[in-house]
Design a protein around this ligand. Sequence first.
Ligand code: P1T
Length: 424
Amino acid sequence: MTGPSNPSLQPLVDGNSIETPPRIPSPEHRFGTLAVHSGAHHDPSTGAVIAPISLSTTYAQTDVGKPVGLYEYTRSANPNRDNFEEAVAALEHARYALAFSSGSATTATILQSLASGSHVVSVSDVYGGTHRYFTKVASAHGVQVTFTPCIELHVENLIRPNETKLIWIESPSNPTLGLVDIRKVATVAHQHGIKVVVDNTFLSPYIQNPLDHGADIVVHSVTKYINGHSDVLMGVAAFNCDELKERLSFLQNAIGAVPSPFDCWLAHRGLKTLHLRAREATKNATTVAQTLEESPLVISVNYPGLKSHPQREIAIKQHRDGMGGGMLSFRIKGGKEAAERFCRSTRIFTLAESLGGVESLVEVPSSMTHAGIPKEQREAAGVFDDLVRMSCGIEDTEDLKVDVLQALEKSAKPDDAAAITNGA
Ligand code: P1T
């Protein structure tokens, strides 16, 4: 080929730089197109289709206070972070997105934006680290959090006039996969001038867009589905309001919990295949959930894609095509010991914390991700010692099903475990 066929690659030479005409995407494009092209600008000086990683921490200035381009210092802004933020904003139907060094740093920065004396209402079943921040760190800054297991029913009564500033929702929740009707809660919250945050980590923007259901801020642990390859720790918040943009970008810079350019570049690369991974993970989780539900060794299965899920109607209303996502949890017969035996017995599912990667993972929340929550509170939220959580990756469905069936069989045989611990 002698020249570029894509008009976006036609070089329009202007001095030493190359300008490219406006490219796709625009908001009328669908998810896959937006995922591949949003924030994916061709390099203006070389035409490189994939943006270079801008590792420089500082940017030259032509005169005092006159930077050459848009950038001054990497904590304040960086080209790779800008590209990633632009892509997430497009996928979450938001005007703005801000990236942070972890999902937890995102939570912390949002909570830091509240004045001392503020009050937050949160769903009870949240990620253990979020619970830890709410109960052990926010309180030290004069921010009180009240937890409720049925936020749609109780939110009105829990709102404290002039004090409640934020409602915190995780839907689906970690690890019991409880769902919240975001519109219902947002309608009550907005009548009182309160903002609603939804942690959308478990579904990813491919399956759910909380801003479309009335939320004011959507947050993600990018570490999970958005990056999708278990090799980046990062977080992001997306929203539409100018006032939030001003406040949160001030705190992003002032607190400085920002991701590295390399991590932004990797997470942006991961995001380009999110739709493909989310579909495969959902397909696998659906089969695994059905397999578990049919087993006499299982007490109950939590998966929003199953008809038996108590809030299936919410999944149909809020999730793309009623998809259940890649996460599920189940209670196994035989208590904590059986749960641990199951996790030790899987061959494809790796026993590890985290979720949302291409590889399948399994864990026991009561002893791992949610161990820091006092037992009574944990159990009130449905996190019993016999609960096993599974993150279905994108391996072949049949292999995952066979793995689950053989691990279930082993979990029912206590003698095998005794033999292993005795070194047999
Ligand atoms: O790990 P980090 O990127 O800081 O994200 C924190 C976080 C926030 N929200 C939800 C719903 C999460 O699941 C997490 C992290 N969760 C795990 C590490 C886990 O295994 O559940």
